[in-house]
Design a protein around this ligand. Structure first.
Ligand code: ATP
Length: 196
């Protein structure tokens, strides 16, 4: 089977950038954020379950999921958020697993998953790669995406800590410097631990 790599990091650390660089080396990248959208597309069992739980008000007029309506419900209510996760997380995990299993033997399959630690997924992988960056650097990158310092800090606080991610990491990539520096780090990770 393929070599399975779990790739994670807090928001603004550069996890998706690392995923892109690994794809450039020939890895197949599966992104949890993409799957999270796919499992609630119209016609899916996932969307059916969400509507059964939260009611038709979480649908737009054309029958797609109204994310902002759903967001308002779940961010105001911890129990309902837990319920939504109870519906979606197993669907996301099953789909991710199916896609990773589909990667041919001898190749590298990367799962880009923000909540690897929170979801206790570390044992699914041959190698866990954690991307880290200084807090100031993360805040700067998030600001460029329009996320204010206060919002950014709240999101960071809602995720696992650097120490918690480090505890499950086989490899830690530091991404506080330039993109060129990151490329050098990812190139050596590829050569030393991933290249088939
Ligand atoms: P999220 O979890 O929020 O999706 P992420 O950790 O996947 O974030 P990226 O989307 O990869 O982070 O990176 C955040 C932003 O920072 C992007 O605009 C990216 O281009 C930029 N970036 C990443 N690494 C560097 C770097 N070393 N130097 C400058 N900019 C960088």
């Amino acid at each position: 089977r393929a070599l399975r790599v779990g790739l994670t990091g807090g928001i603004g650390t550069g996890k998706s950038t690392v995923a892109d660089l690994l794809a450039g080396h020939g890895a197949t990248v599966v992104r949890a954020d993409d799957i999270a959208r796919d499992v609630v597309e119209p016609g899916t069992h996932g969307l059916e379950e969400v509507v059964a739980e939260f009611g038709p008000d979480v649908l737009t007029a054309d029958g797609t999921l109204d994310r902002s309506a759903l967001g308002e419900v779940v961010f105001a209510d911890e129990l309902r958020r837990a319920r939504l996760e109870e519906i979606l997380l197993p669907l996301i995990a099953a789909e991710a697993w199916a896609r990773l299993e589909g990667v041919p033997a001898g190749q590298v399959a990367v799962y880009d998953v923000p909540l690897l630690v929170e979801g206790q997924m570390q044992d699914m992988f041959d190698l866990v790669v954690v991307v880290e960056a200084d807090l100031d650097t993360r805040l700067e990158r998030l600001a460029e995406r329009g996320l204010g310092a206060e919002q950014a800090m709240a999101r960071i606080a809602s995720q696992a800590t650097d120490a918690e991610r480090r505890a499950v990491a086989d490899v830690v990539l530091l991404n506080s410097a330039t993109l060129e520096d990151l490329v050098v780090e990812v190139d050596s990770l590829w050569e030393e631990q991933l290249a088939p």
